[in-house]
Design a protein around this ligand. Structure first.
Ligand code: KG4
Ligand code: ZN
Length: 351
Protein backbone atom coordinates (compact mmCIF):
# COMPACT_ATOMS: atom_id res chain seq x y z
CA UNK A 1 0.00 0.00 0.00
CA UNK A 2 1.18 3.50 -0.83
CA UNK A 3 1.76 5.52 2.32
CA UNK A 4 1.05 9.21 1.90
CA UNK A 5 3.88 11.52 2.77
CA UNK A 6 3.29 13.31 6.09
CA UNK A 7 6.02 15.67 7.23
CA UNK A 8 6.64 17.17 10.66
CA UNK A 9 8.63 20.34 9.92
CA UNK A 10 10.53 22.43 12.47
CA UNK A 11 11.99 25.94 12.11
CA UNK A 12 13.92 27.84 14.81
CA UNK A 13 16.52 29.85 12.87
CA UNK A 14 15.84 33.25 14.43
CA UNK A 15 13.13 34.39 16.82
CA UNK A 16 10.09 32.28 15.94
CA UNK A 17 9.67 28.75 17.28
CA UNK A 18 7.66 26.99 14.59
CA UNK A 19 6.35 23.53 13.72
CA UNK A 20 4.00 22.38 10.97
CA UNK A 21 2.46 19.27 9.51
CA UNK A 22 2.48 18.96 5.72
CA UNK A 23 0.52 16.13 4.22
CA UNK A 24 0.39 14.85 0.66
CA UNK A 25 -3.10 14.95 -0.79
CA UNK A 26 -3.80 14.34 -4.49
CA UNK A 27 -0.04 14.46 -5.07
CA UNK A 28 0.11 17.97 -3.59
CA UNK A 29 1.61 19.27 -0.35
CA UNK A 30 -1.15 20.51 1.95
CA UNK A 31 -0.65 22.42 5.20
CA UNK A 32 -2.47 20.60 8.02
CA UNK A 33 -1.12 22.84 10.78
CA UNK A 34 1.30 25.75 11.06
CA UNK A 35 2.11 26.80 14.63
CA UNK A 36 4.32 29.81 15.34
CA UNK A 37 5.39 31.02 18.75
CA UNK A 38 6.84 34.50 18.26
CA UNK A 39 9.44 36.06 20.54
CA UNK A 40 8.88 39.56 19.11
CA UNK A 41 7.66 40.98 22.45
CA UNK A 42 10.73 39.59 24.18
CA UNK A 43 13.07 41.33 21.73
CA UNK A 44 11.13 44.62 21.59
CA UNK A 45 12.93 45.89 24.71
CA UNK A 46 16.29 45.54 22.96
CA UNK A 47 15.05 46.69 19.51
CA UNK A 48 16.41 43.46 18.05
CA UNK A 49 17.12 39.82 18.69
CA UNK A 50 19.56 38.96 21.49
CA UNK A 51 20.83 35.48 20.46
CA UNK A 52 21.15 34.08 23.98
CA UNK A 53 17.63 35.23 24.89
CA UNK A 54 16.28 33.75 21.63
CA UNK A 55 17.76 30.28 22.15
CA UNK A 56 16.47 30.10 25.73
CA UNK A 57 12.98 31.02 24.54
CA UNK A 58 13.18 28.35 21.80
CA UNK A 59 14.08 25.79 24.48
CA UNK A 60 10.93 26.60 26.40
CA UNK A 61 8.63 26.69 23.39
CA UNK A 62 9.86 23.87 21.16
CA UNK A 63 8.05 20.85 22.64
CA UNK A 64 4.69 22.63 23.23
CA UNK A 65 4.84 24.02 19.67
CA UNK A 66 5.53 20.56 18.18
CA UNK A 67 2.76 19.11 20.34
CA UNK A 68 0.32 21.75 19.14
CA UNK A 69 1.30 21.23 15.49
CA UNK A 70 0.72 17.50 15.83
CA UNK A 71 -2.70 18.07 17.39
CA UNK A 72 -4.62 14.83 16.87
CA UNK A 73 -2.16 13.47 14.30
CA UNK A 74 -0.60 10.33 15.82
CA UNK A 75 3.21 10.38 15.66
CA UNK A 76 2.99 7.00 13.91
CA UNK A 77 1.46 8.69 10.85
CA UNK A 78 4.51 10.93 10.35
CA UNK A 79 6.70 9.66 7.51
CA UNK A 80 9.44 12.32 7.46
CA UNK A 81 10.96 15.08 9.56
CA UNK A 82 12.18 18.36 8.08
CA UNK A 83 14.26 20.98 9.81
CA UNK A 84 16.00 24.27 9.05
CA UNK A 85 19.74 23.67 9.28
CA UNK A 86 20.80 27.26 8.41
CA UNK A 87 21.42 30.09 7.82
CA UNK A 88 20.50 31.67 11.13
CA UNK A 89 21.59 32.14 14.73
CA UNK A 90 23.49 29.05 15.81
CA UNK A 91 21.99 28.87 19.31
CA UNK A 92 18.50 29.15 17.82
CA UNK A 93 19.08 26.69 14.97
CA UNK A 94 20.47 24.07 17.37
CA UNK A 95 17.23 23.88 19.37
CA UNK A 96 15.08 22.88 16.38
CA UNK A 97 17.87 20.80 14.91
CA UNK A 98 18.29 18.71 18.05
CA UNK A 99 14.55 18.30 18.48
CA UNK A 100 14.26 17.02 14.89
CA UNK A 101 17.28 14.73 15.27
CA UNK A 102 15.90 13.25 18.49
CA UNK A 103 12.51 12.61 16.87
CA UNK A 104 14.21 11.08 13.82
CA UNK A 105 16.20 8.73 16.08
CA UNK A 106 13.35 7.77 18.35
CA UNK A 107 10.69 7.34 15.62
CA UNK A 108 13.19 5.87 13.15
CA UNK A 109 12.25 8.35 10.42
CA UNK A 110 14.25 9.96 7.60
CA UNK A 111 15.00 13.64 7.91
CA UNK A 112 15.22 16.42 5.32
CA UNK A 113 17.62 19.30 6.10
CA UNK A 114 16.33 22.55 4.59
CA UNK A 115 17.93 25.95 4.01
CA UNK A 116 15.88 28.75 5.54
CA UNK A 117 16.11 30.68 2.25
CA UNK A 118 14.84 27.68 0.31
CA UNK A 119 11.89 27.61 2.72
CA UNK A 120 11.09 31.26 1.94
CA UNK A 121 11.31 30.52 -1.80
CA UNK A 122 8.87 27.61 -1.43
CA UNK A 123 6.41 29.66 0.63
CA UNK A 124 5.19 31.23 -2.63
CA UNK A 125 3.97 27.86 -3.95
CA UNK A 126 1.72 27.08 -0.97
CA UNK A 127 -1.78 26.26 -2.16
CA UNK A 128 -0.81 26.17 -5.86
CA UNK A 129 -1.40 22.97 -7.80
CA UNK A 130 1.73 21.39 -9.25
CA UNK A 131 0.54 21.99 -12.81
CA UNK A 132 -0.01 25.66 -12.02
CA UNK A 133 3.70 26.19 -11.42
CA UNK A 134 5.98 26.65 -14.40
CA UNK A 135 9.62 27.62 -14.42
CA UNK A 136 11.71 29.69 -14.42
CA UNK A 137 10.42 31.64 -11.44
CA UNK A 138 12.23 34.85 -10.52
CA UNK A 139 12.01 35.31 -6.77
CA UNK A 140 12.93 38.36 -4.76
CA UNK A 141 13.29 37.21 -1.18
CA UNK A 142 13.89 39.70 1.61
CA UNK A 143 13.93 39.33 5.37
CA UNK A 144 15.85 40.51 8.41
CA UNK A 145 18.78 38.32 7.41
CA UNK A 146 18.92 38.28 3.62
CA UNK A 147 17.92 40.09 0.42
CA UNK A 148 18.31 38.09 -2.77
CA UNK A 149 17.18 37.76 -6.33
CA UNK A 150 17.01 34.06 -7.13
CA UNK A 151 16.18 32.41 -10.44
CA UNK A 152 14.46 29.08 -9.81
CA UNK A 153 15.16 27.17 -13.01
CA UNK A 154 13.16 24.20 -11.80
CA UNK A 155 12.22 22.61 -8.48
CA UNK A 156 15.30 22.77 -6.22
CA UNK A 157 17.48 24.35 -8.94
CA UNK A 158 18.59 27.85 -8.08
CA UNK A 159 20.81 30.55 -9.50
CA UNK A 160 21.54 33.43 -7.15
CA UNK A 161 21.46 36.47 -9.43
CA UNK A 162 22.35 38.97 -6.75
CA UNK A 163 22.15 39.73 -3.07
CA UNK A 164 22.78 42.45 -0.55
CA UNK A 165 26.36 43.54 -0.14
CA UNK A 166 25.72 44.76 3.41
CA UNK A 167 22.41 45.07 5.36
CA UNK A 168 19.26 43.13 4.53
CA UNK A 169 16.10 45.13 3.75
CA UNK A 170 14.29 43.94 6.88
CA UNK A 171 17.36 44.81 8.94
CA UNK A 172 17.29 48.35 7.50
CA UNK A 173 13.59 48.66 8.46
CA UNK A 174 14.44 47.42 11.98
CA UNK A 175 17.33 49.88 12.33
CA UNK A 176 15.30 52.83 11.09
CA UNK A 177 12.57 51.94 13.61
CA UNK A 178 15.20 51.76 16.33
CA UNK A 179 16.68 55.16 15.56
CA UNK A 180 13.18 56.65 15.54
CA UNK A 181 12.62 54.91 18.89
CA UNK A 182 9.62 52.98 17.58
CA UNK A 183 10.07 49.34 18.60
CA UNK A 184 10.73 45.93 17.03
CA UNK A 185 10.19 44.47 14.47
CA UNK A 186 10.53 47.69 12.52
CA UNK A 187 8.96 46.60 9.22
CA UNK A 188 5.29 46.75 10.19
CA UNK A 189 5.77 49.95 12.25
CA UNK A 190 7.68 51.87 9.56
CA UNK A 191 5.34 50.74 6.79
CA UNK A 192 2.32 51.88 8.81
CA UNK A 193 3.83 55.37 9.30
CA UNK A 194 4.84 55.52 5.65
CA UNK A 195 1.35 54.69 4.42
CA UNK A 196 -0.15 57.26 6.79
CA UNK A 197 2.18 59.86 5.28
CA UNK A 198 1.26 58.83 1.72
CA UNK A 199 -2.43 58.99 2.55
CA UNK A 200 -2.24 62.47 4.10
CA UNK A 201 0.01 63.89 1.41
CA UNK A 202 -2.23 62.59 -1.36
CA UNK A 203 -5.25 64.26 0.29
CA UNK A 204 -3.30 67.53 0.60
CA UNK A 205 -1.61 67.11 -2.77
CA UNK A 206 1.82 67.48 -1.19
CA UNK A 207 5.18 65.94 -2.02
CA UNK A 208 7.79 65.16 0.59
CA UNK A 209 10.90 67.31 0.66
CA UNK A 210 12.91 64.42 2.10
CA UNK A 211 14.70 62.30 -0.48
CA UNK A 212 17.09 59.53 0.45
CA UNK A 213 19.72 57.88 -1.77
CA UNK A 214 19.01 54.70 -3.76
CA UNK A 215 22.34 52.88 -3.33
CA UNK A 216 23.73 51.09 -6.42
CA UNK A 217 20.38 51.34 -8.20
CA UNK A 218 22.00 51.96 -11.58
CA UNK A 219 25.08 49.73 -11.34
CA UNK A 220 23.61 47.15 -13.75
CA UNK A 221 24.02 44.26 -11.27
CA UNK A 222 21.34 42.39 -9.33
CA UNK A 223 23.02 43.21 -6.02
CA UNK A 224 21.65 45.48 -3.33
CA UNK A 225 23.09 47.77 -0.67
CA UNK A 226 21.12 49.32 2.17
CA UNK A 227 23.65 50.46 4.75
CA UNK A 228 24.17 53.85 3.05
CA UNK A 229 20.42 54.41 3.02
CA UNK A 230 20.25 53.60 6.72
CA UNK A 231 23.07 56.08 7.43
CA UNK A 232 21.31 58.75 5.36
CA UNK A 233 18.20 58.26 7.52
CA UNK A 234 20.31 58.53 10.67
CA UNK A 235 21.90 61.81 9.49
CA UNK A 236 18.48 63.24 8.58
CA UNK A 237 17.03 62.37 11.99
CA UNK A 238 20.05 63.92 13.73
CA UNK A 239 19.71 67.07 11.62
CA UNK A 240 16.02 67.43 12.56
CA UNK A 241 16.75 66.75 16.24
CA UNK A 242 19.59 69.25 16.43
CA UNK A 243 17.45 71.90 14.73
CA UNK A 244 14.22 71.30 16.65
CA UNK A 245 15.29 69.51 19.83
CA UNK A 246 13.27 66.40 19.01
CA UNK A 247 11.60 64.80 16.03
CA UNK A 248 7.80 65.18 15.80
CA UNK A 249 5.44 62.35 14.86
CA UNK A 250 4.64 63.91 11.45
CA UNK A 251 8.37 64.14 10.73
CA UNK A 252 8.82 60.47 11.64
CA UNK A 253 6.07 59.65 9.14
CA UNK A 254 7.81 61.71 6.43
CA UNK A 255 11.15 59.99 7.16
CA UNK A 256 9.50 56.53 7.09
CA UNK A 257 7.79 57.29 3.76
CA UNK A 258 10.97 58.62 2.15
CA UNK A 259 12.88 55.56 3.37
CA UNK A 260 10.22 53.16 2.06
CA UNK A 261 10.15 55.00 -1.28
CA UNK A 262 13.91 54.50 -1.69
CA UNK A 263 13.59 50.80 -0.79
CA UNK A 264 10.69 50.33 -3.22
CA UNK A 265 12.56 52.05 -6.07
CA UNK A 266 15.64 49.85 -5.58
CA UNK A 267 13.70 46.58 -5.26
CA UNK A 268 11.49 47.24 -8.29
CA UNK A 269 14.35 48.47 -10.49
CA UNK A 270 16.54 45.43 -9.80
CA UNK A 271 13.67 42.95 -10.12
CA UNK A 272 12.61 44.55 -13.43
CA UNK A 273 16.21 44.33 -14.69
CA UNK A 274 16.36 40.61 -13.85
CA UNK A 275 12.95 40.03 -15.45
CA UNK A 276 14.14 41.62 -18.71
CA UNK A 277 17.25 39.47 -18.78
CA UNK A 278 15.74 36.09 -17.78
CA UNK A 279 12.14 36.30 -18.98
CA UNK A 280 10.65 34.21 -16.15
CA UNK A 281 7.15 32.68 -16.17
CA UNK A 282 6.44 34.07 -12.69
CA UNK A 283 7.70 36.84 -10.45
CA UNK A 284 7.62 36.00 -6.75
CA UNK A 285 8.22 38.09 -3.64
CA UNK A 286 8.93 36.19 -0.40
CA UNK A 287 10.43 36.62 3.08
CA UNK A 288 9.27 38.65 6.07
CA UNK A 289 9.46 41.92 4.09
CA UNK A 290 6.95 40.59 1.55
CA UNK A 291 4.23 41.22 4.16
CA UNK A 292 4.58 44.85 3.06
CA UNK A 293 1.59 45.70 0.85
CA UNK A 294 3.12 48.85 -0.60
CA UNK A 295 6.28 47.03 -1.75
CA UNK A 296 4.16 44.20 -3.11
CA UNK A 297 2.02 46.62 -5.13
CA UNK A 298 5.05 48.48 -6.44
CA UNK A 299 6.71 45.27 -7.66
CA UNK A 300 3.49 43.96 -9.18
CA UNK A 301 2.86 47.28 -10.96
CA UNK A 302 6.42 47.46 -12.29
CA UNK A 303 6.03 44.00 -13.90
CA UNK A 304 2.57 43.90 -15.44
CA UNK A 305 3.57 41.35 -18.12
CA UNK A 306 4.07 38.46 -15.73
CA UNK A 307 1.96 36.76 -13.02
CA UNK A 308 2.96 37.62 -9.47
CA UNK A 309 3.21 35.21 -6.54
CA UNK A 310 3.55 36.09 -2.89
CA UNK A 311 2.89 34.11 0.30
CA UNK A 312 -0.12 34.72 2.52
CA UNK A 313 0.69 36.73 5.64
CA UNK A 314 1.06 33.65 7.90
CA UNK A 315 3.65 32.26 5.47
CA UNK A 316 5.68 35.41 4.74
CA UNK A 317 7.49 35.60 8.08
CA UNK A 318 9.38 32.68 9.55
CA UNK A 319 7.26 29.54 9.77
CA UNK A 320 7.70 25.79 9.50
CA UNK A 321 5.08 25.16 6.78
CA UNK A 322 7.45 26.63 4.17
CA UNK A 323 10.19 24.29 5.43
CA UNK A 324 7.82 21.32 5.10
CA UNK A 325 6.75 22.34 1.57
CA UNK A 326 10.39 22.60 0.44
CA UNK A 327 11.06 19.23 2.10
CA UNK A 328 8.16 17.69 0.15
CA UNK A 329 9.96 18.38 -3.16
CA UNK A 330 13.22 16.95 -1.78
CA UNK A 331 11.34 13.80 -0.72
CA UNK A 332 9.90 13.43 -4.25
CA UNK A 333 13.50 13.42 -5.47
CA UNK A 334 14.43 10.82 -2.83
CA UNK A 335 16.73 13.38 -1.24
CA UNK A 336 16.42 12.46 2.45
CA UNK A 337 19.01 11.82 5.14
CA UNK A 338 19.45 9.93 8.37
CA UNK A 339 19.90 11.82 11.64
CA UNK A 340 23.59 10.87 11.67
CA UNK A 341 24.18 12.64 8.35
CA UNK A 342 22.77 16.11 8.94
CA UNK A 343 24.72 19.13 10.11
CA UNK A 344 23.77 22.59 11.23
CA UNK A 345 25.50 25.59 9.59
CA UNK A 346 24.70 29.16 10.62
CA UNK A 347 26.17 30.41 7.30
CA UNK A 348 24.56 27.79 5.07
CA UNK A 349 24.51 28.88 1.42
CA UNK A 350 21.47 28.24 -0.80
CA UNK A 351 23.69 26.80 -3.54
O1 KG4 B 1 11.59 36.25 7.28
P1 KG4 B 1 11.53 36.92 8.60
O2 KG4 B 1 10.32 36.69 9.47
O3 KG4 B 1 12.77 36.56 9.48
C1 KG4 B 1 14.07 36.50 8.96
O4 KG4 B 1 14.37 35.51 8.26
O5 KG4 B 1 14.79 37.49 9.20
O6 KG4 B 1 11.69 38.49 8.34
C2 KG4 B 1 11.68 39.39 9.39
C3 KG4 B 1 11.94 40.77 8.84
C4 KG4 B 1 12.13 41.82 9.93
O7 KG4 B 1 13.29 42.56 9.64
C5 KG4 B 1 10.88 42.68 9.81
O8 KG4 B 1 11.07 44.02 10.18
C6 KG4 B 1 10.55 42.54 8.33
O9 KG4 B 1 10.84 41.19 8.02
N1 KG4 B 1 9.16 42.85 8.06
C7 KG4 B 1 8.76 43.86 7.25
C8 KG4 B 1 7.35 43.89 7.32
N2 KG4 B 1 6.94 42.89 8.15
C9 KG4 B 1 8.06 42.26 8.59
N3 KG4 B 1 9.47 44.73 6.52
C10 KG4 B 1 8.78 45.65 5.82
N4 KG4 B 1 7.45 45.76 5.85
C11 KG4 B 1 6.69 44.91 6.58
N5 KG4 B 1 5.35 45.03 6.59
ZN1 ZN C 1 13.16 34.24 7.39
Amino acid sequence: MDVNIKILAIETSCDETAAAIISEENKQPVILSNIISSQADLHARTFGVVPEVASRAHMEAIIPVIQEALGNTPKTEITHLAVTTGPGLIGSLLVGFNAAKTLSYSLNLPIVPISHIEGHLYSVFAGLKKEEVSFPVLCLTASGGHTMLVLMKNHLEYIILGQTLDDAVGEAYDKVAKLLNLGYPGGPIISKLASKFREISSINNQVSNIVFPRPIINDGTFNFSFSGLKTAVLLKVREIESREGSIKDEEKEAVAAAFEEAVADVLTKKTRLAFEKYNPKYIAFAGGVSANNYLKERIKTALPEVPFLSPAKNLSGDNAAMIGIAAYYHILQKDTKSWQEIKVNSNLELV
